[in-house]
Design a protein around this ligand. Sequence first.
Ligand SMILES: O=P(O)(O)O[C@H]1[C@H](OP(=O)(O)O)[C@@H](OP(=O)(O)O)[C@H](OP(=O)(O)O)[C@@H](OP(=O)(O)O)[C@H]1OP(=O)(O)O
Ligand SMILES: [Zn+2]
Length: 366
Amino acid sequence: MNASADAIAAVVLAQFAKLPSKRKPAVRDNGLREWVPLSGIVLEKDGHLTCIALATGMKCLPASRLPDCNGIGIHDWHAEILALRAFNRFLLDECHQILEDGKTPYILQRDNAGSSRPFKIRADVRLHMYCSEAPCGDASMELIMAAQEDMTPWTDNGRHPQITEEQRSLPGRAFFSQLGVVRRKPGRGDAPASMSKSCSDKLAAKQGLSLLSSITALFVDPSRAYIDRLVLPEDRYSATGCSRAFGPEGRLQPVANAVWEDGNLAAAWTLSGIEETVLGGVIQGRKAFDVRGASAMARRTMWAKARELGEALGDGYRVDVPVYCEIKMLPSLATRRAVKEDLRTKALTQWICNQGDDGFELKQAG
Ligand SMILES: O=P(O)(O)O[C@H]1[C@H](OP(=O)(O)O)[C@@H](OP(=O)(O)O)[C@H](OP(=O)(O)O)[C@@H](OP(=O)(O)O)[C@H]1OP(=O)(O)O
Ligand SMILES: [Zn+2]
């Protein structure tokens, strides 16, 4: 089955509809409904579609707050990124269930065919993503320009009093005449800047890195962990913006023919393009995001889960490093590091890392 865009969107919206009302958009006293962006990851298997990760979006953490996180706070609260973190948590939990409970796997299989990882995504599984809004950053630039009365691309002058030189080199929504560039999360002019990269940049990087985070990539083979179809509402879809942001002829062109060990990017272009879907309207929702649920996806808890998995798998998979950032330096992630380096030096240049929350130890009480 080649799921249609409408079917993919509908299964995410249906999942959202099932959430308890306190997660739903509230109607304000003035009768206006609150609004929230929504993203979901959809699993297609045996002709069925299942929404396996769902998130609504909120403002991101300012760069200045990262040192307070201690591996517990989530940095990037945009719906797309939270849905991807939830998806990664789902995979780690399924690895654990397969090992501990011998559970019949749903999305993963034990990979004994000599792969460098103990698990891989089943061959009969396809992954899709629905976003109720165009991913912020480069894929949204045409929409932002079209929404301006005055098309003169405004600059950051004075709009971000707290912005540092480094942050100025990584624009948010401003300088929208600059196309194809890496951007940090858009933020209000008077709000302290986040240094999380835009969703367009993170999704573009996942064309090479797969949907797996570094932690999940320790245990799951990335070769099938790519989005097959990314679905947006028709009025949030700019073909020009999306092909520039994500396509092999766009800003990823410098790495489009790179063949990394897992043949990553080549596999990623099975992404059958960004579909238009007739689902109009914007998802109404409250800005609330259940912080308790978020802690399962925080760096600290993902690391704790990875350490458990490493112990259960034994040699070669243990995640015995003193501080968080050393996870990403483990030998088994060498290919991933090379792909990331290529992406950030040849295609998504000006990628400035968001630092301050990668020196925590696991044993510290969270
Ligand atoms: O996309 P996220 O929010 O799930 O987490 C990303 C980091 O982005 P963020 O700025 O929101 O913390 C990303 O950090 P950079 O902004 O790119 O510095 C981090 O990349 P590295 O810089 O290579 O650490 C990225 O790591 P992996 O994709 O897992 O390799 C991810 O951080 P984790 O929370 O450690 O997954
Ligand atoms: Zn975003």
